[in-house]
Design a protein. Structure first.
Length: 341
């Protein structure tokens, strides 16, 4: 006859609960493993390392803070691993065996991300980026919705998850990507650049290394006022806007331009301005230190610069601080997409 471990009442054979106190009688007959699994030798060694101790020191406060927020420990929202899974849409769904939903979220996110790279710098690209972020938010919402039925707690988890993603993932991306691949739209036809072209500019290309001869760069011409003709009348034209052209010579090099042919240090130049049909008044000069020689081949210099070589030299000698980045790719339109060299 089974005896209840709580009240010592003798029960009839076959009963599962005590007739006096209602306690389960199955616990009394359950087999208890007196040799529970032990940590492996590798696990013991790992726990002695500084990396594991640092990980524990970071993870434990998060666990305690999450418990104070009434986070259900069964769905493991308090774990750093669970938080890291939110970085990839669909990963938490795969862990929860929601394979169809996880595949839909991951596939949609990757498709939008790939198309956003292709159309980067255009309106379509911006819409695709917004769609990808929306899909990521849906993945966070699904995890939060599955974790609890309490609406206030669910909403707080949605805001917490989206806030963490925005702070630690998308905010750094939105700061870094435009710095190393800033879109530059062409607004005026200047052969070989046409209206509608979208160029990608690496603004950090010359942080650690100087510009190289042959690089296509975005730069600012030193402010200059030149005489010209506007709407049939004499006028003073201010030249201060950004330009895009090729670096043709560096500091200390001698330059001679006869209007059609460029010679660097007495040798024919290996690089040409972007506009191969460019022509201007002849000039001869030596590039000063911390300056570069860039012919503004998109300008109609014979008309804009009636005073000749002196002003042409001024517009062609660019201080290194005025060079804002290197153009490395034409992203739009598709028919003209490719490397800029």
């Amino acid at each position: 006859m089974p005896q209840c471990s709580s009240c010592q009442f003798q029960n009839m054979p076959g009963t599962t609960h005590c007739g006096r106190c209602g306690a389960s009688l199955l616990l009394a007959t359950a087999r208890i493993n007196v040799h529970p699994p032990r940590a492996t030798k590798w696990a013991k060694t790992w726990r002695k390392t500084m990396i594991w101790r640092a990980w524990y020191a970071i993870n434990q406060p998060i666990v305690d803070f999450a418990r104070q927020l009434d986070v259900d420990p069964d769905n493991r929202w308090h774990s750093i691993f669970a938080a890291l899974r939110l970085i990839i849409p669909g990963w938490p769904q795969f862990v929860a065996s929601k394979f169809k939903l996880g595949g839909f979220l991951l596939g949609g996110y990757l498709a939008c991300g790939l198309l956003a790279v292709i159309f980067y710098g255009t309106t379509i690209g911006s819409l695709l980026i917004a769609t990808a972020i929306t899909i990521h938010s849906i993945a966070v919402y699904d995890v939060a919705r599955s974790s609890t039925k309490d609406y206030p707690v669910r909403n707080s988890r949605i805001l917490l998850g989206c806030g963490l993603l925005g702070t630690f993932l998308y905010l750094p991306l939105f700061n870094l990507v435009p710095y190393y691949a800033a879109p530059f739209s062409i607004q005026i036809d200047r052969d070989p650049l046409l209206v509608g072209d979208v160029l990608l500019v690496n603004r950090g290309a010359y942080v650690w290394a100087p510009p190289q001869v042959g690089d296509i760069v975005v730069y600012v011409i030193a402010p200059a006022q030149v005489g010209g003709v506007a709407q049939g009348r004499n006028a003073v034209i201010n030249i201060t806007l950004q330009r895009i052209d090729r670096v043709l010579a560096g500091p200390g090099q001698s330059v001679m331009w006869d209007g059609k042919t460029l010679t660097i240090d007495g040798q024919p130049a290996t690089h040409r301005p972007l506009n191969l049909a460019f022509s201007a008044l002849p000039l001869t000069l030596i590039v000063p230190p911390q300056h570069y020689f860039i012919l503004p081949s998109g300008e109609r210099l014979p008309e804009l610069l009636p005073n000749g070589e002196s002003l042409a030299s001024t517009l062609s000698i660019i201080p290194i601080d005025n060079i804002q980045g290197r153009v490395f790719w034409r992203n739009s339109p598709w028919s003209r997409m490719g490397s800029m060299r």
